[in-house]
Write a protein that binds this ligand. Sequence first.
Ligand code: NOJ
Ligand code: MG
Length: 594
Amino acid sequence: MASSKNFCESTKCLFVVLIAVAAAVATICVVTLTDETLREKKAVNPQPWWQTSIVYQIYPRSFQDSDGDGTGDLEGIKDRLGYVSDLGVGAVWLSPFFVSPMRDFGYDVQNYTDVDPLFGTLDDFKHLMEEAKQKNIKIILDFVPNHTSNESYWFYMSERGDWHYRDYYVWNDGTNCSTGCKDTGGRRPPNNWLSVFGGSAWKWSGIRQKFYYHAFLDSQPDLNLRNQAVQDELKEVLKFWLRQEVDGFRADALKFMFESENVTQNELGLKDSFAWYEDDDHNLTTNFPEIYGILKDWRSVLDDFGKDKFLIAESYGISNEIRNEYYESGAVPFNFALIQYLNDSCNAMCMKTVINDSLSGLKENYWPNFVIGNHDNSRVANRFGPETIDAFNMLLLTLPGTPTTYYGEAIGMRDTMYSYSETKDPAGLQFNETLYLEHTRDPERSPMQWDDSPNAGFTNGTPWLRVNSNYKIINVKRENRTKNSHLDIYKQLAKIRQNSAFTDKYVKFLNISDIDENPSKILSYIRTRPGSDKYLVVINFGHRYANDVDLSEGAGSSKGEVVVNAMSSYKVNTEIDLKHITLSRGQGLVIKVK
Ligand code: NOJ
Ligand code: MG
């Protein structure tokens, strides 16, 4: 055998060395080129659509009825996409429109892969997709993986103990009970776990002779996500809609996906034995780490259909550690800070803290988001007062990250108060006539106000929920014609937000105590990024007048140009002296710093 020394003295060795050098040079060239191509690409198309678009949430029942049955539908939505596109939003999230007995208005899904006749047909959905594509609007669907309707095929089969389906849900024998349990086979629920909508989370099934677990209504049995077959079914649902070319999903109630397997333990320290409270410690029924594996699986399903599919997850009140796990798993967790942690006593300093907490600790690849309202929460006008509508739209659309706007918020719709007998929401009807108002979500679900014709142009029939009587004043048609209406200001904000200064993930707050002797009034921050313009946003969220505020130091200049004006007497396109700014409550400005 030739020694290596001998070999390397031969011409063969020289040849091998030459080839190796050539290969190394080629690799370096390829790496450098790819890197450059990537960098070039990044410069041309730096961010995916979901980082630069506003997401607009539509609650299909309440947006536009096309057939006169009083309930909004897909064709109605399609017909109104012109409005959506005029608003300047790039994506629509549709709350569920799948086949459902509508006990929770679609969040109780009977068949995930078909359209409920109330909302139309699969063909209507296709037409809606076509129209959205034409208008360059992305479509995000609601995905409800935690529970189905008790009228679904899966539950029917499970309740009857079918071998394939019997473990699709969370079944339990409960414990022995001697008195008052005649209707539950002489058994009582295994523990004190509560349903979010009130009462025990366990419901007796006379057919299966067991209890089943339901985090929400008893007509919404929780799926058993520990069963691989259930996980597979859900992935098929995602694929079905991805084949229809949807652009992403908003995943419902994720923190409820797993419960403790040990059902003999009670949750401790609950405030009430009937009503469920977010701030109680639900350590046995929420936030199990098994959630992350599922998210990763969904992410890879989505990625198979394109790298820019969006997955946004609904879990209220999660810690920053849990938030980070969602990100690591390929989902963006909804940031509900503006819904959960702002109230009237939260001054500008407190708002700054709430916003900074949302942004702090986000790793480079974690994209922020903010949301100020949705179909489960009272509207902005009612939470903070109608005088703050533009101010909050300004805040939402100028903060870093993806903003989500709930339908009606751009025109400043108000909650509609319904009497107990008018109430439709099961979350309200679980309670009595005095308590229902604390729980009902009907007020924020009143029909969209399009114009001043009967029923605000929402329907030719009888609307499923009464239209707010203020519709002659608050409606799209009127606000479209009115300068500086809420709608006009919203559109201006959406437009300015397209400037690259607003599309990165950083914000710099001006030091509040420096700019005003009374720190309760003004919230002010800079949005900019290398190579782009510099904008100063200043909003008075306080209850008093802020007079002659000097923002020049924080802005690094004493001059600017007003580009959006909410409610104040400053004029757009005019110069403003940053040393003397005066704003009262609810007034705000976006200023291009000069
Ligand atoms: C969260 C949804 O937003 C809410 O409307 C629904 O009632 C529950 N999840 C249950 O699906
Ligand atoms: Mg209809």
